[in-house]
Design a protein around this ligand. Structure first.
Ligand code: FDA
Length: 388
């Protein structure tokens, strides 16, 4: 006998569990499927093991997408306050770190347990630890899982993006999109460290040094910590900028975000014996490297005003030309994915394939660092869960 469900959800990650719980609690018969034996692997490792589960500053402009309006509907209908209410209902203690980022006090596993608990309340059935193949037979979806076949009029792609393959991430979302004729926005690793080539080797020698900067890629600029690594640049400011960066472009770093264009000339007048490396207020190794590259000798008094103005311009806009990124092995998310043009922003249903839905990171909606990606997973999962 072929078991029949109201919907089959492929992917028991953040979006899939939320979707299953919402639909199950609305009385739908749901099967939640994952090739991994345990659900929520990315939740478990997120936020350094404490899961940065949302951001109180959630707003559509914190998301990248070919259609910047697409996420508004789902984000507006399931907000950070809704998720906080759920977390508190489950007695999970949490705190705000910085910039509206909310983390568990304890373990990220509490979030997985909470979502699976909600699935149980909704009577969601599960099939974990086995590969699955889906096909559309004209009237509905047939999914082969291990040795059995199940059917449903609705099928939800909740298989995320390909970052961190070693914990089970795959590109199956994109393969399914192709199988069903849905367009993709070219995916690329995002929230990822950038690598520097041999020309910028001097900076690679600064591995371990970090400073608060403004990092700019394209039109986006982020004031947070940047970290020099053996391979290039990392830290929150760089991870944020990486989502906007494209091969061949520069990332400009402002090492002196609170200084105006004349600050070095003014300092020279006020303290002629001051040195650039001390005045920078940056970690010694970084200040030495910058002063060395600018060829500014120790005393400001010895430097012409013109050279000081040129130095302050460069310090405020230091262009790095990354030769790549650390790729999907290190990326926290993927920019791009299933084109939003294919989907209803209200339900996430594919316009051309009734009954097919895509949610979470599989879709071309990518949040900034700081809890936004989970908020998109909860919001898009809830949107579909309420539509099934
Ligand atoms: P998700 O990846 O959660 O789930 C996809 C599911 O599909 C997985 O269970 C996987 O096993 C399954 N799957 C994949 N291929 C399959 C196949 N072929 N067959 C069957 N099942 C398959 N975000 C945030 O907001 N705050 C944070 O603190 C962090 N921290 C963080 C740290 C690290 C190291 C990473 C890699 C990522 C984050 N993120 C984050 C991003 C966040 O984890 C991510 O955006 C969401 O988990 C996306 O949710 P989804 O449900 O779309 O995919």
């Amino acid at each position: 006998m072929t078991a029949r469900y109201d919907a089959i959800i492929l992917g028991a990650g953040a979006a899939g569990m939320m979707c299953a719980a919402v639909a199950g609690q609305r009385g739908r018969r749901i099967l939640l499927v994952d090739h991994a034996a345990e659900p929520g692997a990315k939740i478990v490792i997120s936020g350094g093991g404490r899961c940065n589960f949302t951001n109180t500053g959630t707003a559509p402009d914190r998301f990248l997408s070919a259609n910047p309006h697409f996420a508004k509907s789902a984000l507006g209908r399931y907000t950070p306050a809704d998720f906080i209410e759920l977390v508190e209902r489950h007695g999970i203690a949490w705190h705000e770190k910085t910039l509206g980022q909310l983390f568990c006090d304890g373990s990220a596993r509490q979030i997985v347990a909470m979502l699976m608990g909600e699935c149980e309340l909704g009577g969601v059935e599960r099939a974990f630890g086995q590969p699955a193949m889906v096909e559309h037979d004209g009237t509905g979806f047939r999914v082969a899982i291990g040795g059995r076949t199940v059917t449903a009029p609705a099928f939800v792609v909740a298989t995320g993006g390909p970052s961190i393959p070693k914990i089970g991430a795959t590109d199956v979302s994109y393969r399914l999109a192709k199988q069903f004729g849905l367009k993709l926005v070219e995916p690329r690793p995002a929230l990822v460290p950038l690598t520097l080539g041999p020309d910028e080797a001097l900076f690679r020698e600064l591995a371990g040094v970090s400073a608060t900067v403004v990092a700019q890629a394209g039109k986006a600029a982020f004031r947070e910590a940047a970290l020099f690594t053996h391979r290039g640049l990392s830290g929150p400011a760089i991870l944020q900028a990486s989502s906007y960066w494209r091969h061949g472009e520069t990332v400009a770093i402002d090492f002196t975000p609170d200084r105006d264009a004349d600050w070095l000339v003014d300092l020279k007048r006020a303290q002629p014996r001051a040195s650039l490396r001390r005045a920078l207020g940056l970690p010694d190794r970084l200040a030495d490297a910058l002063a060395g590259r600018l060829q500014i000798a120790d005393r400001l008094a010895d430097i012409p005003d013109k050279a000081l103005r040129a130095a302050s311009t460069r310090l405020g806009h230091w262009p790095f030309r990354p030769d790549g990124s650390e790729g999907y092995a290190k990326a926290e998310v993927t920019v791009g994915g299933i084109s939003t043009a294919e989907l209803s922003s209200r339900t996430m249903e594919a316009r051309r394939v009734p009954g097919l839905y895509a949610i979470g990171e599989a879709v071309d909606v990518t949040g900034w660092l700081g809890g936004y990606n989970f908020q998109w997973a909860w919001a898009s999962g809830s949107a579909t869960g309420n539509a099934l």
